[in-house]
Write a protein that binds this ligand. Structure first.
Ligand SMILES: [Zn+2]
Length: 161
């Protein structure tokens, strides 16, 4: 119960709305940046996917093929990676999707971390602080795209809430 109370006090309003009052299982120790990870139930994860990512933007098949190859030959599909809303690179006009996030995160945290996040046991959510200026590196021209207020994305085992 302590974790649930802690979570309620730290999340932005819209996340509380999505989460309701229960189902948070465990806070993860390995927070990335200042953004917290939480294990959640399957049903809450599904709920987040269906609400926040209903019209989510997909990667191309080629991009998903590359992700599968990076992860060591997995069977993830275009449906497994969604980006919440359309954001475009100011420099080259690429539409940002999970592929950009994947490339950036692999450079920063290593592929094992990505494998854990996407395919490891349990469903995880990551909660961005209120007014978080999310900087995503464009995979085409490598400029930084600032997603304000949020650049949310989801994968098979992990989603931003
Ligand atoms: Zn670009």
């Amino acid at each position: 119960m302590a974790e649930i109370e802690l979570l309620k006090t730290n999340v932005p309003y819209h996340v509380q709305h999505v989460m309701g009052s229960d189902m948070v299982i465990e806070e993860l120790p390995e927070a990335v940046d200042e953004r917290k990870f939480y294990f959640v139930s399957e049903s809450l994860f599904e709920n987040i996917l269906q609400t926040r990512y209903k019209n989510g933007i997909r990667c191309t098949q080629k991009e998903v093929d590359e992700i599968n190859e990076s992860l060591g030959g997995t069977d993830l599909t275009v449906k497994d990676f969604l980006f919440e809303r359309p954001i475009f690179c100011d420099c080259c006009n690429r539409q940002i999707n999970f592929y950009d996030v994947f490339q950036q995160a692999t450079k920063k945290h290593g592929v094992d971390f990505l494998r854990w996040a996407i395919l490891g046991d349990g469903k995880k959510v990551q909660i961005f602080p209120k007014n978080f200026e999310h900087q995503i590196e464009c995979s085409k021209c490598h400029s930084m795209v600032v997603a304000v207020p949020y650049g949310h994305y989801s994968s098979r085992g992990y989603a931003c809430a």
